[in-house]
Design a protein around this ligand. Structure first.
Ligand code: DLZ
Length: 166
């Protein structure tokens, strides 16, 4: 099955992000990829109305640190969602599996423990080319996809709070 274009989405399905506040945590490991993911995410948030003052971007050393970095942002910054961006590329050892498992479980736990969304923007690829293809290359940019997901999840949260008069 062909992989979809990660940057393709229906513009009309995305609510305004003008009043939303976002944290972004970016892994420095494989930064030629992750910084491109971050650029995609920031550009997409801004395209939908988010302002620079409402986007708090921080770096962590590697993808394994994304979970705690995201938690720090949720604790210390006033944000409606945190986007986690990293890239783990398969190597010769099982390190890949442990990092991927750790981050996946970590971000899942954050989603369960906080009442805001933490978005899983982790590329897990077999090689560098697959990562290039998904960070602004021929298959789009996972950062764009993560940003759109963040906006939609914040809008869902806001609409439920409004319905309940909170
Ligand atoms: C150690 C390591 C390795 C081998 N590979 C990656 C990778 O492909 N992507 C990534 O984001 N981080 C990698 N790391 C670093 C770990 O995520 C972590 O920063 C270190 O194990 C220290 O906790």
């Amino acid at each position: 099955m062909a992989t979809k274009d990660l940057s393709a989405y229906d513009m009309n399905s995305v609510p305004s992000a003008a009043d939303m506040k976002f944290g972004i945590v970016v892994s420095e490991w494989n930064n030629e990829i992750t910084f491109a993911l971050a650029k995609g995410a920031v550009d997409t948030l801004k395209k939908h109305g988010a302002t620079d003052e409402n986007i708090h971007l921080h770096h962590v050393p590697g993808s394994f640190e994304l979970t705690l970095g995201a938690q720090f942002i949720a604790e210390y910054k006033d944000v409606d969602a945190v986007i986690c961006l990293g890239c783990v590329i398969q190597g010769e050892t099982r390190h890949f599996d442990f990092i991927c498992q750790g981050v996946t479980q970590g971000i899942t736990q954050l989603n369960m423990n906080y009442n805001i969304p933490f978005i899983f923007g982790l590329l897990t690829t077999d090689n560098q080319q697959q990562a290039i293809d998904r960070s602004g290359g021929k298959l789009g940019n996972k950062g764009d996809e993560a940003a759109v997901t963040a906006i939609k999840m914040v809008a869902l949260h806001n609409s439920l709070e409004q319905e309940e008069g909170k």
